[in-house]
Design a protein around this ligand. Structure first.
Ligand SMILES: [Zn+2]
Length: 474
């Protein structure tokens, strides 16, 4: 795209009168640059719809998106998910049915924002210095708008698609998805009938602080979530007469063993592939460890170094975080009960019962009660698929245009979880891939303050997504 064009869009959108004009309908296809500008206008308005979860109020966002689709003659359905204020928006661009469809999944809700901490209002959708600011600008209203804009452009161009493209905006992702994607899986799995692929948030195009692209990350698997409660019980007694094996003492002894347990690595083949691919980005002292993780796992010094990059370290092991501690109500009373909650994230393939047995061995106290508070199984998707190839092709084409070395397109196991698992459980091949380059400063604004996306990045994202869909559907 031409730099001049980006400057002119930025100039236009910087004027509040221009920015706040109602969106225009376009029947004819737009240039790639104009489609990016239109997406920026849509996103600016979408960010002004406050869908903070809780409570969500995602129906307002669903209605906004449905309105944009309607203007272009794309029918959509607003589907309540249990309460008046929460809803999905669903639309399907029909293909000729030669191949199975793809779902573009995006959550409508956002996490809370403290306006006083922000440079510009979090629900203003304002444009400053070539960036659109607002809660959801990255996570993940930008993806929702890019998906919608890509669909509009394909329709305007009259492209004959081999497969259906499904737009699905859902509520409630930020607090687990039970009232959103989970509800769809349980009550309306027909929305993804005839589909084999899902594209959602998860990983993105990683860039360094100078904006240089390092690699395109495609989340092919997420970790399983296992939330546990460990309880010690005993007799209550007076604080003036210590009891050696009181409930709090036994809990503290056991938890001490847990937090002091040595770090054990478990290297999945897909994870070794990722580390090998990104070894060029490793600190000098870790380069050889990235290429041979099994060897590094036997060297405590290398393990310590690997653990310093928390994001990548999460791919190398099952983790346990001690998050909630509860005991007592009065300084002079030894309580009868003490409990701790553990947030465990397990690599794909690890069974909950096996991990609990492993933990019991570490805690080494049979009197402790362990309860499962939540368990969400990770379902990995294969890394070889038409969708992965379609993403790779766009990365290669982009490097040809820019006369640069083709970026690496690498499978990633992410340490968090998204709504993808609900649809992987329905049998879809799901990838987390946002077509936007993300440098550390912008990444830090996700769930933080000053969340924003550069207009140029949004424009490129719309183009990339459109090309991925074209590669996949023609
Ligand atoms: Zn998100």
């Amino acid at each position: 795209m031409s730099l001049n064009f980006v400057r002119s869009v930025v100039a236009c959108l910087s004027l509040s009168t221009c920015m706040l004009m109602p969106s225009q309908a376009f029947a004819a296809p737009l240039s790639d640059e104009a489609a990016g500008a239109e997406a920026a206008d849509f996103l600016s308005h979408y960010l002004q719809v406050d869908t903070t979860n809780p409570p969500g109020n995602e129906k307002l966002g669903a209605e906004y998106l449905a309105g944009l689709l309607k203007k272009e003659g794309i029918e959509s359905e607003i589907i309540p998910t249990g309460t008046d204020s929460r809803a999905c928006v669903y639309a399907r661009l029909k293909g000729n049915g030669k191949r199975k469809g793809i779902v573009l999944l995006n959550h409508i809700d956002v996490v809370p924002a403290q306006a006083k901490d922000w440079k510009y209002p979090p629900f203003g959708g304002e444009i400053h210095d070539g960036e659109i600011w607002g809660r959801g600008a990255l996570d993940m209203k930008s993806f929702g708008i890019a998906a919608l804009e890509a669909m509009l452009q394909l329709k305007r161009k009259g492209v004959v698609l081999d497969r259906d493209i499904v737009f699905l905006g859902t509520p409630d992702e930020e607090v687990g998805g039970q009232h959103g994607a989970g509800w769809v899986k349980k009550n309306r799995p027909d929305l993804v009938d005839g589909c084999e692929f899902l594209l959602n948030e998860g990983a993105a195009i990683e860039a360094d602080s100078s904006g240089k692209i390092l690699y395109w990350g495609v989340d092919v698997a997420e970790k399983s979530v296992l939330w546990l409660k460990v309880t010690a019980s005993g007799d209550a007694s007076h604080g003036s007469m210590p009891v050696k094996d009181s409930a709090p003492n036994r809990l503290v002894h056991a938890l001490n063993k847990l937090v002091d347990a040595p770090t054990e690595l478990s290297i999945l083949p897909v994870v070794q592939k990722y580390f090998t691919a990104v070894s060029a980005t490793a600190p000098k002292e870790l380069k050889s460890s990235y290429i041979n993780l099994e060897a590094a796992a036997k060297d405590p010094k290398q393990v310590d170094l690997l653990m310093q990059d928390k994001l990548r370290a999460a791919m190398l092991r099952n983790t346990v975080s001690l998050t909630v501690l509860k005991a007592g109500y009065k300084t002079n009373v030894i309580p009868a009960e003490a409990s701790a909650e553990l947030d465990c994230r397990l690599l794909p393939g690890v069974k909950s019962e096996d991990f609990i047995a492993h933990l019991k061995g570490i805690l080494a106290d049979d009197s402790l009660k362990i309860e499962v508070l939540d368990w969400v199984t990770a379902m990995p998707s294969p890394e070889n698929s038409d969708l992965f190839d379609a993403i790779k092709k766009v990365a290669d084409e982009e490097s040809k245009t820019n006369k640069t070395t083709p970026p690496l397109v690498v499978p990633v196991v992410v340490g968090w979880f998204t709504d993808s698992h609900w649809f992987r459980e329905l049998g879809l091949i799901g990838y987390g891939f946002e077509p936007f380059e993300n440098d550390p400063a912008h990444q830090a604004s996700v769930h933080g303050k000053n969340e924003r996306i550069p207009l140029s990045v949004l424009t490129k994202g719309v183009y990339r997504l459109q090309q991925i869909l074209l590669n996949l559907s023609q």
